[in-house]
Design a protein around this ligand. Structure first.
Ligand SMILES: NC(=O)C1=CN([C@@H]2O[C@H](COP(=O)(O)OP(=O)(O)OC[C@H]3O[C@@H](n4cnc5c(N)ncnc54)[C@H](OP(=O)(O)O)[C@@H]3O)[C@@H](O)[C@H]2O)C=CC1
Ligand SMILES: O=C(O)[C@@H]1CCC=N1
Length: 270
């Protein structure tokens, strides 16, 4: 395990997931720092996790690894605050959607390495998908450090940075699409007369079982779907409706829109 201190700058939903994931994996609390914009949030984090909550400038001076967990729209302000305190021997890890590592490099001392990571909320249950990219000035060693930080949160993959907007559309935002699907299927159960809690239990276990099969069987999703789809049966009747309503095309459009929004965020960032 690296001997660095990790500071999470902007400890909201994702920052807290990184903090709690590291603590769960045995990372010592005295090598973690957190920063918060609101004092009440800082007090909550200190109480819940026993980590020191400090100002951004102090965190930038004390920690070897700086994980930026603010919204992309707040990153410029944060970097303005920490830029003068950072030295090029730090590693900056961006969790931000859209922002390229050049955005960070332009606001940090020359030579500061930046790694870009797109993780997702299933980190809460140790099931995140974290995609890691070497950015400006980052070496293989920096990428390995980032992998060490994100492995306790779930799976990791190393990809080139130009793929990160697509990754954001697929796995960064992905949990929301599955939750939307689950929500709609539960409502369908209610429409068909099932009590809501029964519909909920049926859909949650069906989702979990299907995900486990997808991951563990190694089979292509088409093959798994065909095994459910009996000739002249119930499943094909439902699938005809899904195709009639353009669900497949809607997903292609939706993920393209998410990718485009990531690009727009980068263009609008100041
Ligand atoms: N939510 C998700 O599923 C995912 C999000 N991301 C990315 O992660 C990042 C964080 O997102 P998320 O956790 O959802 O957002 P949150 O709003 O929950 O967290 C951001 C936190 O940063 C704090 N903050 C803002 N400015 C500062 C500052 N100058 N100093 C200290 N703290 C500050 C905010 O404080 P305050 O409470 O006052 O607003 C807030 O607590 C984003 O860049 C997003 O693109 C990536 C993958 C998935
Ligand atoms: O919606 C967003 O912008 C963030 C990034 C990926 C998931 N949530």
């Amino acid at each position: 395990m690296t001997k660095h201190t990790v500071a999470v700058l902007g400890t909201g939903k994702m920052g807290e997931l990184v903090l709690s994931g590291l603590l769960r994996s045995g990372w010592p609390a005295d090598r973690l720092l957190a920063t918060a914009r609101r004092p009440a949030r800082g007090a909550e984090l200190a109480e819940k996790y026993g980590v020191a909550v400090v100002g951004n400038a102090e965190a930038a001076e004390r920690a070897g690894i700086l994980a930026v967990g603010v919204k992309p729209q707040d990153a410029g302000t944060l970097l303005g605050e920490i830029g003068p305190r950072v030295t090029a021997d730090r590693l900056v890890v961006s969790l931000c959607a859209g922002l390229p590592t050049t955005f960070f490099a332009a606001r940090l001392p020359e030579g500061t390495p930046v790694v870009r990571v797109m993780t997702n909320t299933p980190a809460l249950v140790g099931q995140a998908m974290s995609a890691i990219s070497a950015g400006v000035h980052a070496t293989a060693e920096h990428v390995a450090l980032a992998e060490e930080l994100f492995r306790p949160l779930g799976s990791t993959v190393v990809l080139p940075e130009y793929q990160q907007d697509a990754v954001t559309a697929l796995s960064g935002s992905g949990p929301a699409y599955f939750y939307l699907l689950a929500e709609a299927m539960i409502d369908a159960g209610v429409l068909l007369g099932l009590p809501r809690q029964v519909a909920h239990a049926l859909i949650v276990q069906t989702a979990a079982g299907s995900a486990a099969m997808l991951r563990d069987s190694g089979e292509h999703p088409v093959k798994l779907r065909e095994a459910v789809t009996s000739p002249a049966g119930t499943t094909i009747a439902a699938i005809r409706e899904l195709e009639n309503h353009g669900v497949r095309a809607a997903l292609l459009d939706a993920l393209e829109a998410a990718r485009d929004r990531a690009r727009e965020i980068a263009n609008q960032a100041i």
